[in-house]
Design a protein. Structure first.
Length: 159
């Protein structure tokens, strides 16, 4: 009796379940990710307040401004800055042109009422003088914005 030599076949694993599982994990992490924190800047140390609470209803249109100091080894260097966009650090006194640009962009995207209803959410470091924040709010009002919100950290760590 003659035996034929068959070439060994390579067994390949079915990758379909692995791909399905990967997409399920991606969808899960997208759902549980807190997108509110994506606009937060680590350089801003929010003041703590026992009355601070998150808004009941999320705002539809808001512009987040992170105001704080550049710290070197825990020491504050320079005056308070608005940490803006792509790594720009702009002094509060020099920030009005950027607010005008934000207002113009909002006006092009939305109608006049929606632009005026846009909330400026200010995340200010606890060491920033109150007068500087008032100056920033005044600039926003001069530009055309009407709603402002200050962010503080509650005792349980929520913003």
């Amino acid at each position: 009796m003659k035996f034929k030599h068959a070439k060994p076949t390579i067994v390949e694993a079915d990758m379909t379940p692995m791909i399905d599982m990967t997409f399920q994990l991606i969808a899960f992490f997208m759902i549980v990710t807190n997108f509110d924190q994506t606009q937060a800047d680590e350089r801003v140390k929010l003041p703590a307040d026992k009355l601070a609470r998150p808004p009941i209803v999320a705002r539809e249109h808001e512009i987040v401004l992170n105001v704080g100091f550049i710290r070197s080894g825990g020491e504050i260097t320079g005056g308070p800055y608005v940490f803006y966009g792509g790594g720009d650090n702009i002094r509060i006194a020099d920030f009005e042109p950027r607010l005008k640009r934000e207002y113009a962009i909002s006006k092009k995207q939305f109608d006049e009422k929606t632009t005026q209803d846009t909330t400026i959410k200010i995340r200010a470091d606890s060491d920033v003088p109150t007068g500087m924040i008032q100056e920033l709010i005044k600039m926003g009002k001069d530009v055309g914005f009407a709603k402002f919100s200050l962010v503080a950290k509650s005792d349980d760590g929520q913003q």
